[in-house]
Design a protein around this ligand. Structure first.
Ligand code: HSE
Length: 430
């Protein structure tokens, strides 16, 4: 009988323990699907005493030795973070092992280097679980859509912030109140910075943009704004114009003759309630893809959690195991297009602006003049109010982001403007 493929598991937290359990529970099906059985031969953890349910003879604290062991064929990394994961992956490639990783931060920081090392060693690096948990997304981008030209990838890729924004819309609560509820219910971590400030979504955006546009994009290339400044007023204003507020990861190809570029950004934005992403509620994730030939595609599902993430890890494990059985390695992403990354200041966006103003002749003209002075074209203006006070709600056409933000600064300085009460970018409006 053919010997099993031997797996080293790096990390045994929520995801790692779910991976271990699913490998055990589905051993018969996995063997049938791969053509060889799978056997976990070592599990690297920092504190073995914290893992009483795991077969103790498999545990080791020496992860560096584990990835180099001759009796290990494949490595599954679910530690997260940059080090020691990065060194362990390079060591695994040098030792000729294929790797499945769920590590978004590492892939977003050092994707090209890791892929080059895997390619040099003739082994695989798969990381479906790194973006949007259970949702099959990276392999569709990398393989199924490899014959198409992608225009945009727009995603809700952080469940914590989507839960908070959904609750703000449902209850009228402010950000702090909704965050407190999310923390109490376990949707937000004790230190919510990575989610709330958009770091998690930015890493995922970098990975998505790299695959979608065949161009190396790292976390540092991604313009990032979180949701802590989103107010109950922003959410209410969005509802008034038939929109909802979402934290979006937006990856787009910006046409410019022979010198197209890519723009990659994470920020809160208003989207029309008719947009498919608007109905993605709670902690769910979804990614909306626009391709030249395929048209519009939507991927939806659970973006976090032990079992959903383990599902993606096991899918990758089957893929790399099949390649190993076939004596081959899969095609990694290509960075051949090498498009420039466009700075946020030059990226075309649209703004929604809400102003408290004096209601008297000439105010609207003066406000409009500021937009004109910055070469920002106005799409719609709505005025409400009574007495000498009024609210102006303005939605612009598309303009370079720097022109829009300069317009907002100028409006704040205008005597007739008593307050700029809401500013948010708008996406998906026709
Ligand atoms: N913390 C992430 C989220 C899941 O809230 O969606 C892991 O990337």
């Amino acid at each position: 009988m053919t010997a099993p493929l031997r797996v080293a598991l790096l990390g045994c937290g929520t995801v790692g323990s779910a991976v271990l359990r699913l490998i055990e529970e589905q051993s018969g099906d996995l063997a049938a699907r791969i053509g060889r059985s799978i056997e976990v031969v070592g599990i690297a953890v920092r504190r073995p005493a914290h893992h009483p349910d795991v077969p103790q003879h498999l545990l080791t604290t020496d992860s560096a030795a584990l990835v180099r062991r001759d009796d290990v064929d494949l490595v599954v990394e679910v530690i997260g973070g940059i080090e020691p994961a990065r060194s362990l992956l390079y060591a695994a490639f040098e030792a000729g092992k294929s790797v499945v990783s769920a590590n978004k931060a590492l892939l977003a920081e050092d994707g090209p280097g890791l892929h080059a090392a895997a390619a040099k060693a003739g082994v695989d690096l798969y990381y479906e679980a790194a973006v949007a948990g259970a949702i099959p997304l990276l392999r569709p981008l990398r393989e199924s859509l490899a014959g198409d030209q992608l225009r945009r990838v727009v995603g809700i890729v952080n469940g914590t912030t989507n839960y908070i924004l959904s609750r703000m819309a449902e209850t009228g609560a402010g950000f702090a109140e909704a965050l407190a509820e999310a923390t109490e219910l376990g949707y937000a971590e004790a230190d919510p910075t990575a989610d709330v400030d958009g770091f998690d979504a930015a890493a995922k955006a970098a990975i998505l943009a790299s695959l979608a546009f065949h161009t190396p994009v790292s976390s540092a290339d991604v313009h990032r704004e979180g949701i802590s400044a989103v107010s109950a007023t922003d959410v209410a204003r969005a509802a008034e114009i038939g929109c909802t507020v979402k934290l979006l990861a937006i990856c787009e190809r910006v046409p410019n003759g022979d010198a197209d570029s890519v723009a990659v950004r994470v920020h809160p934005a208003m989207i029309p309630t008719s947009h498919p992403l608007a109905s993605v509620g709670g902690a769910f994730n979804a990614v909306f893809v626009e391709a030249e030939a395929a048209g519009q595609l939507m991927f939806y599902g659970q973006g976090a959690g032990g079992e959903p993430t383990a599902s993606a890890v096991l899918g990758d494990l089957v893929a790399v195991a099949r390649n190993r059985v076939a004596g081959a390695s899969g095609q990694g992403p290509t960075g051949y297009a090498d498009l420039a990354v466009r700075p946020m200041a030059e990226t075309p966006t649209r703004y929604h602006v809400s102003l408290d103003v004096a209601d008297k002749p000439g105010v609207l003209a003066a406000v409009a003049q500021e937009f004109a002075r910055h070469e920002v074209s106005i799409s719609t203006v709505r005025q409400t109010g009574r007495g000498d006070a009024a609210t102006l709600v303005i939605v612009t056409h598309s303009a370079p982001d720097a022109a829009l933000s300069a317009t907002i600064s100028a409006l704040r300085d205008m005597p007739a403007v008593r307050g700029v009460t809401s500013v948010l970018r708008v996406e998906g409006l026709s």
